[in-house]
Design a protein around this ligand. Structure first.
Ligand code: NAD
Length: 314
């Protein structure tokens, strides 16, 4: 059985690759090293996997590669590749979001359908919900993205559902809620907070710190993927992958300060367009369908991430 992981050099993709290899699977990783953030960081995410005989890495762009050839022989595809982040998805950033998130996903689905892949797990996002008004959000609620990024993640999710409904391709879409942990992307809040605490440099806080997030540890997200790769589910199913917590930015800043052992200096800035006030998911469907349970408490996960930041500096 061969698993294909797209976005294999990224934060979540590389963590998933390591977990699948540890489970004894043969893994093919695909990534084109986009410049959304530092490419050497992405290469180092993969350094452990690269040394393993069960792993093959293919540097390829999903927008242009011969995907049928790449997926030939794959039983499960874990589609993690995307142009991430809300803030750069406006203005002339948008075409990259459309091509990497929507067009690339359509090409991958078409190839997966043609070569007869057994399961395709898609990394969707809580950003499809926008400002929902009622929390925790459930999968039945009408998605109303608040950012162009969210629009592209939802469009790709709809494509998964379409390929399931029309061709029987067994897709599972997992809506991740703000993922954190070792290897977290450098543009994400917990990464920047830990770096600010370690360096004593100001953290730019957009808004008044009242934004609420449901932070989900990367190990739990990876476990949900592994379960979704094998579970007996209806094709096209959509599931929230969330820890179910409600943490304000103010609380997060003090938790990071306590964990690192130094307070985070804060530089207040105006609200950013596209940022939602709150994310908060109901994970009961994923629990029922996947038998999956988030394990990691926020303070423990932040401690693991802080340790990763310190190790990188050694
Ligand atoms: P990441 O940027 O670290 O990883 C994405 C990887 O995809 C990168 O290594 C990039 O080079 C690769 N990639 C992008 N476009 C590609 C293309 N056209 N061809 C080949 N490779 C390409 O991001 P991440 O935080 O690990 O996110 C992984 C997935 O999870 C994404 O789909 C993202 O939308 C989704 N997601 C992430 C979060 C989060 O909190 N990190 C939350 C919700 C959803």
């Amino acid at each position: 059985m061969t698993a294909v992981v797209t976005g294999a050099a990224g934060f979540i993709g590389s963590t998933l690759v390591d977990a699948l290899i540890a489970e004894g699977q043969r893994v093919v990783g695909i990534d084109c090293f986009t410049d959304y953030y530092d490419v050497p960081t992405k290469r180092s995410n993969l350094s452990k996997a690269m040394a393993h005989p069960a792993f093959e890495f293919i540097e390829a762009d999903l927008r242009t590669a011969d995907l049928r050839a790449l997926l030939d022989g794959a039983s499960v595809v874990f589609h993690q590749a995307a142009q991430p982040g809300v803030r750069l998805s406006w203005d002339d950033g948008f075409p990259t979001y459309v091509s990497c998130n929507v067009l690339a996903t359509q090409r991958l689905l078409e190839a997966a359908h043609r070569v007869g892949v057994e399961r395709l797990v898609y990394a969707s996002s809580s950003s499809v919900y926008g400002n929902a008004g009622v929390y925790p959000v459930t999968e039945e609620m009408l998605p109303r993205p608040q950012s162009p990024y969210g629009v592209t993640k939802l469009a790709a999710e709809h494509l998964c559902t379409l390929y399931a409904a029309n061709f029987g391709l067994s897709t599972v879409s997992l809506r991740y809620f703000t993922v954190y942990g070792p290897r977290q992307r450098p543009d994400m809040a917990i990464h920047r907070l830990i770096e600010s605490a370690l360096d004593g440099t100001p953290f730019p806080l957009f808004g008044d710190g009242s934004h609420v997030r449901d932070f989900t540890f990367v190990g739990d997200v990876v476990a949900a993927n592994v379960a979704a790769g094998a579970a007996d589910v209806e094709p096209g199913v959509v599931l929230n992958v969330c820890a179910g917590g409600s943490t304000t930015m103010r609380e997060l800043i003090s938790t990071v300060g306590e964990t690192v052992g130094r307070p985070v200096p804060v530089d207040r800035r105006p609200e950013q367009p596209g940022d939602v006030e709150r994310t908060g998911g109901d994970g009961s469907l994923a629990r029922a369908v996947l038998g999956w349970e988030p394990q990691c408490q926020l303070a423990d996960g932040i401690a693991l991430q802080a340790e990763w930041h310190r190790t990188r500096r050694d």
